[in-house]
Design a protein around this ligand. Structure first.
Ligand code: FMN
Length: 371
């Protein structure tokens, strides 16, 4: 064999080997549309009950832990519970965000039930954020149907990239905030408070990225591979974090929990936050009158009402909660933004040119119902 022939054969073997390797690799991000409805285990759920609980579960939650479960008492009578195994003690030691997320779940539930012709009777049973039973829910047939466009629930999503820097138009901010002006505050990107929130969001992310308790907790909730994502149906997927293309392929195939603890990963996450805060129309802050369980549930509902309204105006929201989570930044927050009440949500906001479809995963109703 001549040298030239040998090199040609060797070269094509490498290419074929490479192509075969690629073909066998984890080629695509696993997204919500890929979720197959699992063969359902037998539950006593009526079709309307299943639909309402499925729509409720499309609510957002910190790290997409989906910290709820549903105790089935009898048809149309449930207790919504707080799933301790899904808490985030590293960033949310008092379960404040857990209760806010359960509030968002309740808002979806109420809209979905109303649209199917049910009134909801809610009785809060929890007195602390740690109680297992949060709220008793009874659905009764309504005499008058309050229709709600459930497509808004199905298409809501967190968006993290490509925000435009145009400020929110007056008519849009009035539409979003209308009856909630006491609690929802828009801080446009032209204000000095906006600058403070940008800088301190970066600072709080830096502190958190180097706090091992927070970082290893994050590592436990990142689903790098499609297999991991499909198995858990929760957590932070690469699609959810908007990591696509070659970087996505690389992370899906070669990354695991241990990489999250490396300096390079921590630094890259901070760089990403620097880029994110440089793009926005400003911030939306949601405050509450106090920190009781009932108030946190109501604030979670309020956040969700806002979140469900934005897409039709091409507006995105990105919760960035680190300033509240880190004590050294949190203690400066109220004074720096000139607000007296507790701040429960810090939401980066902005217009989008193209609004992507939701991609984050959810467990099936069967996985969070307890009979
Ligand atoms: C209480 C709460 C806190 C959150 N904090 C953050 C955050 O700090 N950073 C972030 O990127 N997303 C945050 N999120 C967004 C979630 O990660 C997101 O809702 C979840 O991954 C599900 O995605 P979806 O909203 O597109 O359905 C938060 C959401 C909630 C409800």
């Amino acid at each position: 064999m001549t040298r030239g022939k040998f090199l040609a054969i060797a070269g094509s073997s490498i290419i074929i080997g490479g192509v075969t390797y690629y073909q066998r690799s984890d080629k695509n991000n696993f997204v919500r549309a890929d979720t197959k409805q699992k063969e359902t285990t037998k539950t006593p759920l009526q079709p309307d009950e299943r639909e309402i609980l499925f729509l409720a579960s499309l609510a957002p939650s910190g790290h997409n832990t989906q910290p709820w479960f549903v105790k089935y008492i009898e048809p149309y009578h449930w207790i919504i519970g707080n799933d301790k195994s899904r808490w985030l003690p590293g960033v949310d030691p008092a379960q404040r965000e857990t209760i806010l997320s359960i509030g968002a779940f309740l808002q979806n539930l109420e809209y979905a039930a109303g649209n199917l012709g049910y009134n909801c009777q809610f009785d809060i049973t929890a007195t602390t954020n740690q109680d297992e039973n949060i709220i008793d829910v009874k659905l009764t047939k309504a005499t008058k149907i309050i229709t709600y466009d459930i497509e808004q629930i199905k298409h809501r999503r967190t968006v993290r990239s490509n925000y435009l820097s145009d400020v929110i138009k007056k008519e849009d901010s009035s539409y979003l905030i209308n009856e909630e002006t006491d609690f929802i505050h828009y801080i446009p990107n032209t204000s000095k408070e906006h600058q403070w929130l940008n800088e301190q969001t970066i600072e709080a992310n830096r502190i958190q990225a180097y706090r091992d308790a927070a970082q290893s907790e994050l590592a436990n909730w990142i689903r790098f591979s499609s297999k991991d994502a499909a198995e858990h149906l929760d957590g932070l997927t690469l699609a959810g974090m908007e990591i696509e293309g070659i970087p996505g392929w690389y992370l899906r195939n070669f990354y695991g929990k241990e990489n999250v603890m490396k300096k390079s990963f921590r630094e890259q996450s901070i760089d990403k936050v620097v880029k994110q805060v440089s793009q926005s129309a400003g911030w939306l802050l949601i405050t509450s009158k106090d920190n009781s369980v009932a108030t946190l549930l109501e604030t979670g509902k309020q956040m969700q009402r806002l979140f469900l309204k934005i897409r039709e105006r091409n507006i995105a929201i990105h919760p960035m909660t680190q300033i509240i989570e880190e004590a050294s930044t949190n203690q400066l927050l109220n004074n720096s933004v000139g607000i007296n009440e507790p701040v429960q949500f810090i939401l980066r906001t902005g217009y989008l040119k193209n609004y992507p479809e939701p991609v984050t995963l959810r467990r099936s109703v069967e996985q969070f119902i307890r009979t």
